[in-house]
Design a protein around this ligand. Structure first.
Ligand code: CO
Length: 458
């Protein structure tokens, strides 16, 4: 049996530990070694990297991708995409989704991991279709959660439907690190018996379960696991690559990863990690184990949001009540997986219900949009009374929400004029309008400055 590894240091580990602040120049010197390490893929783009490049690092994310590709010609580059939401939380029209994927692939992406926060397959279909059309591999990711409607049968059915849709692999995506070893074993077994494509497992060390979870997932037949080079592993990041490689080899699995390269990669990133520890960007607490998510059955990030929200309102003493209300709100909403933006929506609504002292007296704009069907279909049944209370006589959207949106790419391109030099710029603008505008102004100023100096020097 063979096990393969997706290295996450450039994306998820970077995002989970240091808020995606790793600039390209900092890791450029190690990319050639990473190319020789024998990874199944290197996750390096998408997720928050795109926004962070534009917003904080003054980097053009597309240029970053091309530069990575140049140094990693032999390794599959992977990105994370929220289906119809691309890199954000709102739905885009199909033409924008297709263009985004075309340019992601033409600039260097080989594998696109596509998920929807609600596991509504209508929200990943266009992205999967376009990825296949562009010749890249579409990996269908299941947002993992537990609830009475998230049964093994339903998960297996979801995986089967994704396979029929044309995905090249299925990923079980446990963004909160709450999947237990036994749950992973049972789930991977169920999915494996439903589909023929490879199964990938993604989790985080947050609650301390991850190494055991991967081990059991691999025993159940998982083909690929996501890990991070050791000095960027643990805590809210992934389990360590070297440790899993060592353990799986000892357990008799075939592992084609070059240990010498792994050591070089870790030696390279260690001083960078230490630098961020010293500057405070990397907080030691995110590297520790936090089992709260297991006690409360809600992700760690959601719990810390709730606490800071209550603190801000001087109501931290109501935390226990909010923690009792949270699963009730989630049930009313049809058991959405507690991932962004649903985790915030559920948390804020639960806190509002408790603090006001009457359930759903105030319903947030986001929850209303959710009830209107703007995020997609809820996994379970939504409370009918609640829908009535929130929407009155207005009928919820039952079609795919993106079907209500008009094409936007060409129109936006025309509006932007010379503010966008290429289609990639147009897509950056569509994804993050204000952030792109600021980035573009700075980029222009830099270019003009450079031109000025060149003329003076001549
Ligand atoms: Co993750």
């Amino acid at each position: 049996m063979k096990v393969q590894f997706t290295e996450t240091v450039l994306r998820d580990a970077n995002q989970s530990l240091i808020a995606t602040r790793l600039p390209f120049d900092k890791y450029a010197p190690i990319l050639e070694t990473m190319d020789k390490a024998g990874f199944y893929s290197v996750e390096c783009w998408g997720g928050a990297t795109f926004d962070s490049c534009l917003r904080f690092l003054d980097e053009d994310p597309w240029e970053r991708l091309r530069k990575i590709k140049e140094k990693l010609p032999n390794t599959k580059l992977q990105m994370l995409l929220r289906g119809q939401n691309l890199l954000g939380y709102k739905h885009y029209p199909d033409d924008v989704v297709r263009k985004f994927i075309q340019h992601s692939v033409s600039n260097g992406i080989d594998i696109i991991r596509i998920f929807d926060a609600l596991n509504d397959l209508r929200n990943i279909r266009v992205a999967v279709e376009e990825t296949n059309k562009c010749g890249a591999l579409a990996s269908g990711a299941i947002s993992y959660t537990t609830s009475p409607v998230h049964t093994l049968e339903n998960y297996a059915k979801l995986a089967k439907e994704m396979e029929e849709m044309g995905v090249g692999s299925i990923c079980v995506k446990d963004m909160a690190g709450v999947m237990s070893p036994q749950e992973a074993y049972d789930l991977v077994k169920a999915i494996k018996s439903a589909v023929k494509v490879p199964v990938v497992v993604h989790t985080h060390c947050t609650t301390g379960l991850a190494f055991m979870t991967y081990m059991k997932a691999i025993e159940a037949g998982a083909d690929v696991v996501d890990t991070a080079i050791s000095c960027f592993s643990g805590g809210t990041s992934q389990p360590a690559t070297e440790t899993l490689v060592y353990a799986m080899r000892q357990a008799g699995y075939e592992v084609d990863v070059n240990d010498k390269c792994l050591k070089e990669i870790n030696d390279f990133f260690k001083p960078i990690r230490n630098e961020y520890l010293e500057s405070g960007l990397l907080e030691p607490t995110v590297l520790a184990t936090d089992t709260n998510a297991l006690n409360y059955q809600i992700p760690g990030g959601m719990l810390s949001n709730l606490i800071s929200q209550l603190k801000a309102q001087n109501a931290l003493d109501r935390l226990d009540e909010v923690l009792i209300e949270t699963p009730k709100v989630r049930k009313d909403l049809g058991y959405p997986p507690l991932v962004t933006p649903m985790s915030q929506m559920v948390g804020v609504q639960a806190a509002t219900n408790v603090l006001i002292g009457e359930r759903y007296k105030n319903i947030s704009k986001e929850v209303k949009a959710y009830l209107r069907g703007e995020y997609g279909q809820a996994p379970g049944e939504v409370d009918k009374e609640l829908i009535k209370k929130a929407l009155g006589d207005e009928a919820p959207v039952t079609c795919r929400f993106a079907d209500t949106l008009e094409d936007a790419f060409e129109k936006t391109k025309a509006e932007l004029g010379d503010k966008a030099k290429c289609d990639e710029d147009v897509l950056s603008y569509i994804a993050f309008p204000q952030v792109y505008e600021k980035f573009n102004e700075k980029r222009q100023a830099k270019l003009e400055n450079r031109a000025k100096y060149t003329i003076e020097e001549m």
